[in-house]
Ligand binder design. Sequence first.
Ligand code: MSP
Length: 658
Amino acid sequence: MSKRTFYITTPIYYPSNKLHIGNSYTTVAADAMARFKRLTGYDVWFLTGTDEHGQKIERRAQEAGLPPREFVDGIVEWIKDLWEVLDISHDDFIRTSEDRHKTIVQAIFQKFYDQGDIYKGKYEGWYCTPCEAFWTERQAEGQKCPDCGRPVELVSEESYFFRMSKYTERLLEHIEQNPDFIQPTSRKHEMINNFLKPGLEDLCVSRTTFNWGIPVPFDEKHVIYVWLDALSNYITALGYLTQNPEKYDRYWPADVQLIGKDIVRFHTIYWPIFLMALGVPLPRQVFGHGWLLLEEGKMSKSKGNVIDPKVLAAEYGSDAIRYFLLREIPFGSDGVFTPEALIHRINFDLANDLGNLVSRTAVMVEKFFQGVLPAPGPEEGPDADLKALALEVPGAMEALMDKLLFSNALGELWKFISRTNKYIDETTPWILARDEADRARLATVLYNLSESIRFAAILLGPFMPRTPEKIFAQFGIPTDPALRGWESLKAFGASIPGSVVKTGEVLFPRRELPEEGPAGEGKASPEKKEAPAAKRDKAPVPCSGPAAGEGLVSIEDFARLDLRVAEILGAEKVAKADKLLKLILQVGDEERQVVAGIARHFQPEELKGRKILYVANLKPVKLKGVLSQGMILAASDEAGNMALTTVSADIPSGSRVK
Ligand code: MSP
């Protein structure tokens, strides 16, 4: 039986600047999806590339004093290298300057003209060069682009026009009959109400006032409008209208076209209409994801606050960056990138939850079984629960991935990782190890832990391709689908007793927050080499349960912490930081000021008078330029709920906690 196919695309990027972490977001998401589908057995085709023509690129090349081709070549190489750095597993990279693309775009244009969809006229109206978009007088109110807010230019030139209006009704019908075609739903309503219902104007599809584009085949003084040129890449790359259309026949229509929310109009109005005019089926789904923002808003070259993904990956590792992007931001919504949030994810999810689980288990197999995975013995207590969850997780993740809910899919995986950590606490292997009579039980526990880690490593692969390799190496799991494939997750127990298990490098060293928070002068812009200086710890601190001496702290270590009861005298928001509150605490006779990341969970008014637990002897740091002397303790769960640690009786502030 032939495999089911899955075709996924990203937008093709303008090689006008180096890409920033926001642009990389779509491609990382598409890659995770492509890898997940490959894992689950699909025949996947994953396309990305560069959108190289148009006025914007021509102008950028002029500014750089280079011919456009030379100008884009350098940036395209940089982009290709970025995808290597981020482990993007695309099957093809299309450049719109390639002949395989240009000749077919000309054929498409000719077809439209021949069938009467394109006619010659004169365009008089507004144009936004950064967005390469035409706007009417009404849309370009105040002579600003309604999408990006930048000034528009008045354009008056001979043009060819495409009869958009002819297809409006058909497109509306298609959108109604295919509820998944435009996702998320909010973007669908926006397209229907703001653009389709008011009626589409015919679209200008050629330009004559510059040269850098694909010539109109029958009128060489025109170049084809860059969006008609660019959108076609999704089918030209497959060999549409060529002698060799196998890929087109095999993969089109696309299953998912991922784009950012700013280019939804082009992909859900122009693109489907062009396809209808060609008599080609429409993609099954176009998904417009949200934006990755900085605390002060958009990332932009002109603001000088772009975050260079290569610098970030060199600092933190590409797996951690990929994990952060996919976990932190619900896919349809906007999300904020801060170094604190990244470091928080690295320290808690990756170093504590995942890294500790792997290292504790490997240490125990090494220590108690000389590094040889034992065969499981008798079953008991929590074993059944752990196994049941292991078998549920793959399906749960698959269902969420089919809805592009990356963060939720990772949430399911982390529930399993936490469950496995809890299993260590429940079974206390270090106590079993004391008594020879418990040896068979100890073997079961360590086998189940190793097998759970195998499950987790396989399921992590689409999101973080490097980490599973390290885990497989530590647990002696060979490159064999019976041990690394999707089918191997159908039953618990594929791990082979006798495999050699060894401790390896720490998967995710803990990171320290920069002294100066991200809003400090100069901002955490790694491109400016002002990224938080991350330091490496020797080993991660376990978040739950002792493990055979490894990662344990002594009572003396614990006593070094000065934990106190503190009363909150007042709280207020920290300017330009939506997560931070500044608290004034009474600690015995002293007043202390602490900046805490609790603003999303508590209103300043509700905190006054509460008595909480406080770490009094942490080194002071500045967050957002505000001094923080110590830390208050709070608990948070997987769903993001937070609770403050309070005291059960009214005990004076300053009382010691021990
Ligand atoms: N060339 C067009 C796409 C043509 S597709 C036929 C284009 N290129 S772009 O380089 O400007 O943007 C590429 C993608 O990056 C878009 O999907 C855009 O939404 C996305 N992003 C740009 N900045 C972003 C963030 N800050 N966050 C998330 N995505 C962002 O548009």
